[in-house]
Design a protein around this ligand. Sequence first.
Ligand code: GDP
Ligand code: MG
Length: 718
Amino acid sequence: MHKKSITIALAGNPNSGKTTIFNNITGTRQKVGNWPGVTVEKKEGSVSKYGYDLKIIDLPGTYSLTPFSIEEIVARNFVLEESPDVVIDIIDASNLERSLYLATQLRELDCKVLFALNMADVAFSRGIKINADKLSELLDVPVVFTTGNKNKGITNLLKTAIKLAESTSNISPKRKVKYSKDIETSISKLQNFIKERVEQNFPYNIRWTAIKLLENDKIVRKRIRQKSENKSREILREVETHRKHLLSRFDEEPEIVMTDERYGFIAGIIKEIIKTSTKRRIDTSRNIDLVLTNRFIGFPIFILFIWIMFQTTFTAGSYPMEWLSSGVNWLSTILATSLPDSFLKDLLLNGIIAGVGSVIIFLPNILILFFFIAIFEDTGYMARAAFLMDKIMHLIGLHGKSFIPMLMGFGCSVPAIMATRTLESNKDRILTILITPFMSCSAKLPIYILLAGTFFSARAGTVIFSIYITGIVFSIITGRLFRSTLFKGADAPFVMELPPYRAPMIKSLIIHMWDRSKMFLKKMGGIILVGSIIVWMLTAFPRNINYSMNYNEEINKINTSSSFTGKQKKAAITKLKLNEKAEKAEKSFMGRIGKTIAPVFAPIGIDWRGSVALLTGFVAKEIVVSSLGILYAADETEETDEPDALKNALLSSEMTPLSALSLMVFVLLYLPCVATIATIRRETGSLKWTLFSIVYSTSIAWAAAFCVYQGGKVVGLS
Ligand code: GDP
Ligand code: MG
């Protein structure tokens, strides 16, 4: 027998615990993607329970259904157009007043809605007593208590949802927001007017439509035009009459009056259902904030957290990194000894394993970095970071909200740039997009770890931290510069939401971390694999090279000569072999490309190998490491027992700590990868800004690396 399927949408304010409950219900069976056409994350999962196939959708977190932000539009459209069987509104019970706005709007929408009073534990600990039965009665909606992070009440929630979905009774019209008399009169008149003019199968609730039209809701106006073409003009004219009438009556736009009345209605509900005990616990969040957002110590603490993040990423990551690295070496030794010599073996060992292998070992570091970002997000600290940065952001004429995309840029510029969609002003958006790539993304981390680890071993964590800070400084300078030239004008005002602090939940941290790291693994199998093969091809061809001397002959000479000791012989031969390898690389296609562009990089202390590696980084930044791995490859067949082959090769090359630093600075600032460029193009909708971003970042990178390298030489560093 086929099981019946039920679609359940989870709605709610940001941070109300939607995703937690979603994860509780769906476990690991979930799909993460984007809502069509926009970049808001869409989570979907399905599970079979109680004899039903349940399809669960995690809607974007919103405070209302007024279609101002993209999240609100997405959430509302889903409820309207996809008609889920049940909508569960996850309500933060410790913050009921704020949550009820969305709840009443959902109630007005005429869908089957049920309330989950989540954070029941927090409400309880603050001494807030909620009369759920009363709430249920007042709004005629089933109400269930849940504690998402303890997985409490979820069974009851699901069973209630199924019962609601199966109930055939029509939703009672009486328990809805009631407006004042004039507004109600207009609503019902308009309602009748519309009813007579639209088709029988008009898809939306008529009262709701009338309310939205009175509120001048752009999307509903558009729908009316689509669904009742010939009558729409008449309807909209009638709407105008009513709006004018209400305007003259209240001396204020109807939408403002109606919002006020909704809040009044909510205040009334709150009075009825909440009892706050007098021994109200002191709000712990506020106490934590006294410290963490303190004017004097807040910022140093923030810097400390970030420093700890990078220090841990580097130190704790180095152990699993070594295991992975010996694993990769073990694999290539096995293959080197067991496979017969051939072109394919060369490709596999020196192309694929040297390339992908040198990047994959950074997976632990990336996992740790994303784990920290997940902690910041889940505890609510991210919003504080934005708040702390608000003042600094104002220096560049942006507000703290722009800092969230920038912080996300530490992970990956692509979602970071997409996250700028939450900014209202177009100027703010483009400016934020232009400065976000300076926030060093996780793909660049392997490069820093390799170079800093090789040349600054003891202070690697601090060096990497400074590189990140340099990125932030450059984005601030850039912002300041552009704000006073290209983007004149004031920033849009806004209020920063500071959600309460919460202890993070391991399960959700891991899911967050994993969601993002998956991208890294996908890249491994895709673009990095292909990139490595191409880089290797370019180094392996042309096959027949005119060497400056006959190496084999020389080697034979040494072998047969009697004027050397065995040890000297071996050393001399190794040296010759390395020279041969170096000459082969120099005369390969890659070498030729490198030699051609090398003059550009010479003033910043980067040799031809570094130059080509940087060039390949255009595809994806991780490939810089693969390229270095391939270009600097020590003789794999002989030194595979040496776990730090690439490190040693770098140390014995001409690269110095100073030129490594210059290389890192260049990598930090130069043009973003293809995926980011494509995103910039799409999000700015302008080729001009895209090209501008490429040229600007690369010039800045060169200039900064020049200062580092030449400046370092002047003060006597090497
Ligand atoms: P969303 O933004 O609505 O998806 O919220 P999340 O599911 O990401 O939850 C935000 C934070 O609240 C997480 O740190 C959760 O662990 C925490 N959380 C979720 N439900 C509860 C709850 O019932 N009680 C408490 N104390 N914390 C919760
Ligand atoms: Mg969420």
